[in-house]
Design a protein around this ligand. Structure first.
Ligand SMILES: Cc1cc2nc3c(=O)[nH]c(=O)nc-3n(C[C@H](O)[C@H](O)[C@H](O)COP(=O)(O)O)c2cc1C
Length: 345
């Protein structure tokens, strides 16, 4: 006689707890990094389900014509939401890019059942409000190998990889390609206009305020140039350090280069940045060399030697101990980015 199958566990009843948990997670997920702080995301909550949509109205079409970096930002907010929900003790089913007919639907999260709170995710969730992009020079003290290895593991956990640019020749290549990308971009007046839009005066809680941009009169970064956000107004972030002689330059990369890879790379970027924050490591994403197609191709050929596809360059290091605490970069209110379905089916 064959045993009759056990009845499937009935799902937890849908109640206000689901909505509350999802809104609490989205409230922290709002703090995720995005190119030029565009925050290119919208959420829709319906019972135990939250849908994450990319927002084409917040595209950066000159620097990011294919929306690759937009998906990196969406991946980051998705990872933040996942960590907060896991830390709060939820098992969550995630489907990424679930509907090919609806490309803006980036992910669907469903609260499946209560679970034991995940300690590692709790550390990441706690780091969310403390993570900032720090554009100032870092100290000359190198990051130790075990810290770098932990950051590499964080990327691997999310199906991406982190190349450490340690060889002098590779660093020279990265410096030259970033400089080339920068020259190509600033020669394009549409690029500059776009940069001014996102780094000039704004009233909509987006973009990069002057208070988060260091004013660098002399070069303060040794070899790899950083993006110049002082195109329309001088930066106002005080800098006390001298030169960041030994930052760790890294390339986040993926095996293939599909939209799913871009989303996953965003999740990997976010996990690695939160892990860095938890370890006291300062970070700055650096995307010019992967925005200009020719520079990206050369970077992949020379630094990755065919190992994969470059998604982002990152500068990491110990923050200057005399530096002021960074002000929080602006974010849109929760009510501006979430629509709650009051009558879920
Ligand atoms: C895909 C991507 C590319 C970025 N590129 C740069 C960059 O080239 N230079 C830079 O200073 N910051 C860069 N950033 C950081 C954003 O400007 C930053 O996340 C945003 O302004 C929000 O600030 P926060 O990270 O301090 O919360 C990038 C972020 C992302 C997600």
């Amino acid at each position: 006689m064959t045993a009759s199958p056990r009845p499937a566990a009935s799902p937890a009843p849908v109640g206000p707890g689901h909505e509350q948990a999802l809104l609490a997670a989205i409230n922290l997920a709002r703090l995720a990094p995005s190119l030029h702080n565009t925050q290119p995301w919208r959420w829709r909550v319906s019972g135990p389900v939250a849908e994450l949509h990319s927002d084409p109205d917040r595209a950066v079409p000159i620097a990011d014509p294919w929306g690759r970096e937009m998906l990196l930002g969406c991946g980051a907010t998705l990872q933040h939401a996942r960590s907060v929900l896991a830390a709060a003790g939820w098992r969550v089913a995630v489907s990424r890019l679930p509907d090919p007919t609806e490309p803006d639907l980036v992910a669907r999260l469903e609260l499946v059942e209560p679970a034991s709170p995940a300690a590692e995710e709790a550390r990441l969730a706690e780091a969310i409000p403390h993570r900032h992009t720090d554009r100032r020079p870092y100290t000359a003290r190198r990051l130790p190998a075990d810290v770098l290895q932990t950051l590499q593991q964080a990327a691997e956990q999310e199906h991406a990889h982190l190349l450490l640019v340690t060889e002098p020749d590779d660093r020279l290549d990265l410096a030259a390609l970033t400089d080339l990308a920068n020259r190509i971009q600033i020669a394009d007046e549409d690029y500059t206009a776009e940069l001014v839009t996102w780094s000039g005066e704004r009233t909509d809680s987006a973009g990069i305020p002057a208070g988060l941009v260091p004013h660098l009169e002399a070069p303060r970064h040794t070899d790899v140039p950083v993006r110049d956000f002082e195109v329309s107004r001088p930066g106002q972030l005080p800098v006390t350090g001298t030169v960041d002689e030994e930052p760790a330059w890294c390339v986040l990369f993926t095996d293939s280069d599909t939209r799913l890879d871009h989303l996953r790379a965003g999740e990997a970027m976010a996990r690695l940045l939160l892990t860095a924050t938890d370890l006291g490591v300062a970070s700055c994403p650096q995307s010019q060399a992967v925005e200009v197609p020719g520079a990206r191709v050369l970077l992949e050929a020379r630094l990755l030697a065919g190992l994969g596809h470059a998604q982002l360059v990152l500068r990491l290091g110990w923050p200057d101990p005399d530096g002021e605490p960074l002000p929080r970069s602006p974010r849109r209110a929760l009510s501006e980015i979430v629509q709650v379905d009051k009558d879920p089916a």
